[in-house]
Design a protein around this ligand. Structure first.
Ligand SMILES: Cc1cc2nc3c(=O)[nH]c(=O)nc-3n(C[C@H](O)[C@H](O)[C@H](O)COP(=O)(O)OP(=O)(O)OC[C@H]3O[C@@H](n4cnc5c(N)ncnc54)[C@H](O)[C@@H]3O)c2cc1C
Length: 479
């Protein structure tokens, strides 16, 4: 009999396990804990491969430092010295529009301009588009408080052209999502706060910039860039977490099939039986599901059909990343930037490309470059599951058209993420509240992970930590 089984060993599962162990240690309480992961490695979507001196990311290549939780965890794990800033001499993002790569106007924060000279002079936007965007300064704020799509919000405040050329590829692109369906409340609640507080997004961002400049006057130069990774790639975080949790609490190759609730003894909390493929079942006081929502649905189907149905209603989009390494001398492009995004209205077959070796140090041997293209997402699903040969050919054709690259890559790697990215569609938070209320009727069952309250790595860590606290309180009452 154990106290807690955590299903899934991605960042959410490991962060939850770590937080629970730390919390128990602090309270001098013994908690028997097991993380069950179906694959033969931990990390889930976080996957780094090291091949011939190249460091290749299959999934995420960084996290944002604006949300503190991943940085704080790195400090606790003692891997602060492994953190890697972006190469600031190459900073800048490009947008592919009308057959050309345009530098995103300097000072654009998310999709809002703060440097008027660079915005007025950019060839990316038409004059009517620029004028429409400036109307944000006088348009009144929205009074209704119901959820709205990202597209509707951007169209209303900044106009259709900003939506098509900047917000769709750059902002919705973070979620590989369709802005017409994305819930603003669940994905970018900060935009709502900005509108409520300042009416205009431009005024809100300018106020924030001014505040930050004032704060920075007396503060030391910030140590961290907006995006950070680790010297050895994102897997450094997974390795450090696994080492801190300890191998006796971590089991690989354990696919959870279902969970049963054992007969309740009157007045006592239920005991759960976790059934694992090809193994003996494990009895436990609590189960934390960190698996994608549709997998969790399958596991608890027999226990609660209604909860399973609600979990299944959270849609997921498929995507793929294609990494290509080249001899530097064979690339006609200067690669001065972090990469480019491709608006859907351009009707191309890739969503974006990161110039990985420009963005990060320690990614390639001397004399080589590494590029990483994104394929699929909610709006281009059909391309994400092509076989390697077709996918690489397609990406190379796109890179030839967009960047003029004709050379043979010296290395190619394709990673497919089938149903890998949860989509928070309009009304997501309201539906989640109902789901969580229903799940609470099964005392001892918990859910956390990218499917619910934030897909980014810092959010997964934060929500895992909050869940660990709730589980700790639950166990404390039980003991
Ligand atoms: C291509 C791509 C790029 C991304 N880039 C970024 C980025 O740059 N920055 C960022 O912050 N975020 C990024 N994200 C998002 C982020 O990586 C994910 O949201 C996050 O890693 C999800 O972690 P998780 O632990 O919640 O889920 P997962 O990583 O999906 O982990 C779930 C785990 O459960 C396991 N599992 C499944 N079924 C079972 C079962 N039956 N029994 C036992 N185990 C099971 C899986 O094998 C997996 O290990 C990206 C996502 C993708 C797909």
């Amino acid at each position: 009999m154990v106290n807690v089984v955590i299903v899934g060993g991605g960042i959410s599962g490991l962060a939850t396990a770590y937080a629970l162990k730390e919390r128990a240690k602090e309270a001098d309480m013994e908690i028997e804990l097991l993380v069950l992961e179906k694959e033969n490695r931990f990390g889930g979507t976080i996957l780094t491969e090291k091949i011939d001196g190249f460091v290749i990311e299959g999934g995420p290549d960084c996290f944002i430092t604006e949300k503190p939780w991943a940085l704080e965890l790195s400090k606790k794990l003692g891997i602060e010295d492994r953190l890697l800033n972006t190469n600031e001499e190459n900073t800048g993002t490009f947008i592919f529009s009308d057959g050309k790569l345009h530098r995103l106007p300097e000072g654009t924060i998310l999709m809002v301009p703060t440097n008027f000279v660079s915005f007025i002079t950019t060839g990316l936007m038409s004059w009517p588009g620029k004028i429409r965007m400036a109307l944000d300064l006088i348009i009144p704020k929205r009074c209704e408080s119901d959820d709205e799509s990202l597209a509707s919000f951007v169209r209303r405040r900044l106009g259709q052209e900003v939506l098509d050329k900047i917000a769709e590829p750059l902002v919705a692109g973070i979620h590989a999502g369709n802005p017409e369906e994305m819930s603003l409340k669940s994905t970018f609640p900060r935009f709502i706060e900005m509108e409520l507080e300042h009416r205009s997004l431009i005024l809100a961002i300018l106020a924030r910039k001014k505040k930050m400049q004032a704060e920075m006057k007396n503060a030391p130069i910030p140590k961290r860039t907006y995006f950070v990774s680790y010297v050895g790639g994102m897997v450094d975080l997974i390795d450090a977490l696994a080492a801190a949790i300890g191998s006796k609490n971590l089991l690989l190759g354990k696919k959870v099939l279902n969970v049963e609730e054992k007969t309740r003894v009157h007045g006592q909390k239920p005991v759960y039986e976790v059934n694992i493929e090809g193994e003996r079942p494990i009895q436990t006081d609590a189960v934390i599901f960190t698996t994608p929502a549709f997998v969790t649905a399958e596991i608890i189907e027999d226990l609660d059909k209604s909860v399973a149905e609600k979990l299944r209603a959270i849609p997921y989009a498929s995507s793929a990343t294609v990494s290509l390494a080249y001899e530097k001398s064979s690339i006609p492009h200067p690669l001065k930037g972090f990469g480019f995004v491709v608006p859907r209205i351009e009707s191309r077959k890739i969503m974006a490309t990161t110039w990985s070796s420009s963005k990060w140090a320690y990614r390639v041997p001397k004399g080589y470059v590494l590029l990483r293209a994104f394929v699929g997402g909610a709006q281009h699903q059909k391309y994400a599951m092509l076989d390697d040969e077709h996918m690489i050919r397609m990406v190379r054709t796109e890179l030839k058209d967009i960047m003029g690259i004709e050379a043979e890559p010296v290395l190619t790697k394709v990673y497919r993420w089938e149903m890998g990215m949860p989509q928070y569609t309009i009304g997501h938070l309201d539906r989640l509240a109902v789901l969580e209320q229903q799940l609470a009727e099964h005392s001892g069952l918990f859910i956390t992970g990218a499917g619910y309250r934030g897909v980014g790595i810092p959010d997964c860590i934060h929500n895992g930590t909050l869940t660990a606290e709730r589980v700790f309180e639950f166990l404390k009452k039980k003991f």
